[in-house]
Ligand binder design. Structure first.
Ligand SMILES: Cc1cc2nc3c(=O)[nH]c(=O)nc-3n(C[C@H](O)[C@H](O)[C@H](O)COP(=O)(O)OP(=O)(O)OC[C@H]3O[C@@H](n4cnc5c(N)ncnc54)[C@H](O)[C@@H]3O)c2cc1C
Length: 415
């Protein structure tokens, strides 16, 4: 059932609902965006089917994202479901001629209690959905977007349940196949990698001590990230054939094989929950804003699950767009105007471009058989292990770009 907030409820099904912003998509980016806007006084509608309950992935929310969730008063409900990531260990498991030494990054070197916190997506989505349902100024429309028409002074939207919504701005948080992006006429660049990620949750005999461990293998990273208790999530990037082979093993055989591939760092393993396979690819929207539409999260950028970057980048979109819109309103500007949209594009382009390139290079450097490429990656890790200022710079930049952190990620309010 759609829940309607008081402010903008229409008298009849035929009366268009008028809002400042319509957010399309109730993944984590869309729910965070809708909450941010509603809590900053924008009349906001969140249009999407019910929150996804079957997502068995986990997300490492890095410190900057946690800071934003804290500032929005969302962290207290989310934190009890998380495990802290205090140490990150990178192990060169390529077996190649030139190998990097093991490097351990420790959050205490940045005077932080943790780099971030890992959470199961279904817990994150459930807590965000609860916050949306409890937000009095948020209009939740449980429906799919059917059409979106950008006009000079507004965007007109219809849903598959026959409602019409008129908004100053439409925010596409509707994932990698974004209908909002298509309606705004925004082109994309997309590509594929010869890899798939096998994703599952493991219980293990040895405690993880809040260490995440990433083995760099010739087919991609094999990453164990702590969950609450003696559990870790696994993202195992391999060839599509190897992913199918692993997924077809029974639980006991798979557990033995994963323990072997992880050099028994977590002792005896047990597979819990479903196995999911994600073919790896990337996508970048040519612009994040045009024609009364702004894109956040995977509607704007997709890349492989390496270094816990995807949703953290998406939440930076959310924080930056919120900042741009509050500033535009303060100046008395239309929040869907070209000026506001261009300010958002300027705020986000460098971060999106550098993250996409960094993740792409790291992934390709693992796949490459070229000695110079292997040498470059190994030397980079060697230097990071040896030179503390370089190591600290890499850790800080890994969390979020220091130069382009939105206010909400620095603990500052937008008011
Ligand atoms: C294996 C794996 C591990 C990952 N681990 C991490 C990690 O550790 N850290 C990290 O930061 N990121 C990680 N990521 C990336 C992260 O999962 C994504 O960036 C994130 O889930 C994207 O969220 P989103 O809200 O942008 O999009 P989605 O979660 O895809 O949400 C899109 C929403 O739009 C809705 N929608 C679509 N069409 C319509 C329509 N017509 N009308 C209305 N609604 C519509 C959908 O129903 C959906 O709810 C990982 C990704 C993978 C594959």
């Amino acid at each position: 059932m759609a829940r309607r907030a008081s402010a903008a409820a229409p008298d009849t099904a035929k009366t268009p609902t008028q809002v400042d912003a319509a957010v399309i998509g109730a993944g984590p980016s869309g729910m965070a965006m809708a909450l941010l806007l509603a809590r900053h006084g924008f009349r906001t509608a969140l249009i999407a089917p019910g929150a996804m309950a079957d997502d068995d992935r986990t997300t490492a929310l890095l410190e900057s994202s946690v800071e934003m969730l804290r500032t929005l008063d969302l962290w207290a409900a989310i934190e009890p479901h998380t495990a802290a990531l205090r140490h990150m260990r990178i192990v060169d498991g390529t077996g190649r001629l030139i190998r990097a030494p093991e490097v351990v990054f420790d959050a205490s070197e940045l005077e932080l209690p943790a780099f971030g916190y890992n959470i199961e997506n279904r817990d994150l989505n459930r807590e965000l959905a609860k916050a949306c349902a409890d937000e009095p100024d948020l209009l939740r429309i449980e429906a799919r977007l059917a059409s979106l028409t950008p006009l000079a002074d507004r965007a007109e939207l219809t849903t598959d349940t026959g409602e019409t919504i008129v908004a100053r701005l439409a925010v596409g948080a509707d994932g990698r196949n974004s209908p909002v992006r298509a309606a705004a006429g925004i082109a994309v660049k997309d590509w594929r990698y010869p890899q798939s990620a096998l994703v599952l949750t493991l219980e293990h005999g040895v405690p993880h001590h809040n260490h995440s461990t990433e083995f760099h293998t010739p087919s991609g990273p094999f990453t164990l990230v702590p969950l609450k208790g003696r559990k870790s999530s696994l993202v195992c990037v391999v060839s599509p054939e190897d992913a199918d082979y692993l997924a077809a093993l029974d639980d006991a055989a798979l557990a033995v094989e994963l323990e072997r591939r992880s050099a028994s760092v977590l002792g005896k393993m047990t597979v819990v929950g479903k196995r999911q396979i994600y073919p790896l690819g990337g996508l970048t929207a040519r612009t994040v804003a045009a024609n009364r539409c702004a894109l956040v999260g995977e509607a704007a950028h997709v890349f492989p699950p390496i270094g816990a970057q995807g949703l953290n980048l998406g939440l930076r979109d959310v924080a930056a767009l919120g900042e741009v819109l509050v500033a535009a309103r303060r100046r008395g500007e239309d929040i869907g105007s070209n000026g506001a949209l261009q300010a958002y594009e300027r705020a986000r382009r460098p971060d999106i471009a550098t993250r996409t390139t960094a993740v792409d290079l790291l992934n390709r450097s693992l796949l490459s058989d070229l000695l110079p490429v292997q040498a470059l990656r190994s030397v980079g890790l060697y230097l990071a292990g040896r030179i503390p200022p370089l190591r600290r710079l890499m850790m800080r930049e890994g969390i979020a770009p220091v130069m382009a952190r939105p206010r909400l990620m620095r603990g500052l309010s937008l008011r």
